[in-house]
Design a protein around this ligand. Structure first.
Ligand code: SF4
Ligand code: SF4
Length: 299
């Protein structure tokens, strides 16, 4: 919505990276409504990744993402997203959706996106307060777990047929993967990752913006609250009680600090529905690896 700022930021970043011998990787997330050929061309030149927000099937997408006048954006954005993904050779992008209580059959949304020709897909569970009707409920968990199984089985089938696609949450590297440090503390919010608000305040990540106790400083003064950095430094799979005995800990890395804070008032806990789903995704990812390894052996 403020495209000139994006262009100016990239220009500034490119100047700075030369001065400081750095390589900045820019990413743009868009709902596609204002996406134009000019923006696509710019992104293909400058952005290491782009995230294209679409929830899946037309009825699912339009229900959760209506314009003010009530109509949906699916028909407007999909042709643009397809063109954009193809112009990036089906790499270095994600179509990224959110599933909610309303579409617990979300595997159909993932497969719909694959059928539309997208090869890089991420569809994530919504995280919302229980008071929201679209929030996931404890009672939804069995259906969601079954849906992850269904998706995994279909992905194995399609891969064997030579029409596989990448599902972000099933990406797992069993032989290499992230270094130990990353495996222990996950996303790096508050330590190696910061959110900068348009007015210059610094927070551990975008999800903490506006929570006064996590205001870490600002662009003029730098980090004024190193104690917040320390708090995030001390947040990992060994310090979290729930994570210690979790089989998925070195793939999950302790979950999302913001979700933990929103549901339990502390970054040292874990969002329980999220944990159930995370463990299932790790299980499915391992199953897919095993199924495809078995296939490779037979060949
Ligand atoms: S799934 Fe939950 S308990 Fe397991 S490591 Fe992740 S946050 Fe911790
Ligand atoms: S939202 Fe959660 S996972 Fe994402 S950066 Fe923030 S703390 Fe990390």
């Amino acid at each position: 919505m403020n495209w000139q700022v994006v262009k100016d930021l990239v220009t500034y970043g490119r100047e700075q990276e030369k001065l400081h011998n750095k390589n900045f990787r820019f990413t743009l997330t868009t709902n596609g409504v204002l996406l134009s050929d000019e923006i696509m061309e710019f992104c293909n030149r400058e952005m290491a990744n782009v995230v294209l927000s679409v929830d899946g099937r037309k009825e699912v997408h339009d229900f959760m993402r209506p314009f003010r006048k009530g109509t949906g954006s699916y028909d407007m954005i999909m042709p643009k997203f397809k063109k954009f993904a193809d112009s990036r050779n089906q790499q270095k992008y994600y179509v990224r959706g959110t599933f909610t209580h309303y579409n617990l059959d979300f595997a159909n949304d993932v497969l719909h996106l694959a059928d539309e020709g997208f090869e890089q897909i991420s569809v994530e569970p919504v995280v919302a307060p229980a008071t929201e009707e679209y929030a996931l409920k404890e009672s939804d968990i069995p259906a969601i777990l079954a849906e992850y199984d269904k998706l995994a089985a279909e992905m194995v089938k399609r891969e064997k047929e030579g029409r596989g696609f990448t599902f972000f949450h099933y990406m797992i590297d069993l032989s290499g993967g992230p270094c130990v440090y990353k495996r222990l503390s996950g996303c790096g919010s508050g330590t190696e990752y910061l959110a900068v608000t348009p007015w210059g305040d610094l927070y551990p990540c975008h999800q903490f913006v506006g929570i006064e106790k996590y205001l870490m400083g600002n662009v003029d003064e730098g980090i004024t609250r190193p104690d917040i950095v320390d708090e995030f430094k001390c947040c990992n799979v060994y310090t979290k009680e729930k994570c210690r005995n979790c089989f998925a800990k070195f793939y999950c890395s302790g979950g999302c600090a913001a979700n933990s804070y929103n549901f339990h008032g502390t970054i040292q806990d874990a969002y329980d529905i999220g944990c159930e789903l995370q463990r299932k995704r790790v299980e499915c990812a391992i199953m897919i690896k095993a199924a495809l390894a078995d296939n490779a052996d037979k060949e």
